[in-house]
Design a protein around this ligand. Structure first.
Ligand SMILES: Nc1ncnc2c1ncn2[C@@H]1O[C@H](COP(=O)(O)OP(=O)(O)OP(=O)(O)O)[C@@H](O)[C@H]1O
Ligand SMILES: [Mg+2]
Length: 265
């Protein structure tokens, strides 16, 4: 029998990992998100850009259900998420980081990493009582995982320092590292390069590319166009809460409407 070529699935049958459409969100009289849509293909690094106040962070809040839309819907991995709590969305594999990194300054870097692991055996009183050995093995495994991630983001030597001793850039790395602890499918990064020195930006970008090659999908808000150009497959542009354009980074860089939106701010 002749060899049969594997049939490639047509692109349109491949569901995006994250898809939102018709999103609307008002704060009082201000319409922050106005019929916005976005799609993030599985395996991609997708960018989200737009002038200050365009609604990017608000869109992240809607995508991760930190706030609820007035209208519209969000599908993650083909399932609607509007009835899920943020932590349930995280358990399903979507984790977001914050524009100002949220780390607990009075805990060590390692403890911050371990906070990410939820619903482990140790949280159940009876299992705690009877299965001490199992907990010890689980905790050891989590510590090892945390240390491996800290190695990969260059923070292993700081594992036992207070997180408050980290620079702004290192806090962003720690936040990304903590997100990785729960082995997500998709990470939403809100300005990973803001306030970070160029050497560390390069390190963050290299790590994102490596994690992406290993199968992780990213949606990244960023004002630094070099970061967007070097990382993203596709870029969505938001202006005044509305979709302005979508395309490859090169297409977006030469789009007259996008240029105008940035110059007009
Ligand atoms: N909780 C809120 N209450 C009232 N207004 C809000 C709230 N959150 C956001 N806004 C307003 O919504 C608009 C969009 O803000 P958002 O923070 O989403 O913009 P952004 O694109 O992330 O901007 P930046 O690039 O500066 O981070 C702004 O006018 C902002 O003031
Ligand atoms: Mg923002």
């Amino acid at each position: 029998m002749a060899d049969v070529e594997p049939i490639e699935r047509p692109a349109k049958l491949q569901l995006p990992l994250l898809a939102a459409s018709g999103l609307i969100k008002s704060f009082g009289g201000l319409v922050a998100i106005d019929h916005a849509s976005i799609e993030v293909a599985k395996g991609s690094i997708t960018g989200l850009i737009g002038p200050n106040g365009a609604g990017k962070t608000t869109l992240f809040n809607l995508l991760s259900n930190f706030i609820h839309p007035d209208k519209g819907r969000v599908l993650f991995d083909g399932e609607p998420i509007h009835q899920l709590q943020s932590y349930q969305i995280a358990q399903r594999g979507m984790i977001r980081t914050f524009q100002v990194a949220r780390v607990l300054s009075r805990l060590s870097v390692l403890e911050n990493m371990l906070l990410a692991t939820q619903h482990q055996t140790g949280e159940n009183f009876w299992l705690t009582w009877f299965k001490q050995k199992q907990i010890t093995a689980e905790e050891r495994q989590q510590r090892e995982q945390a240390m491996t991630i800290l190695e990969s983001i260059g923070l292993a030597h700081m594992a036992h320092e207070y997180a408050g001793a980290l620079s702004g850039g290192q806090r962003k790395l720690l936040e990304i590292g903590r997100a990785l602890m729960s082995q997500p499918k998709l990470i939403l990064l809100d300005e990973p390069a803001a306030g970070v020195n160029p050497t560390l930006i390069k390190q963050i970008c290299d790590r994102i590319l490596t994690w992406n090659r290993e199968g992780l999908t990213f949606l990244i808000i960023e004002h630094n166009m070099d970061v967007i150009m070097s990382l993203c497959d596709r870029v969505w542009v938001l202006a005044e809460g509305r979709n302005l354009a979508v395309g490859t980074p090169t297409e977006i860089q030469t789009n007259a409407q996008v240029l105008e939106a940035y110059l007009g701010q």
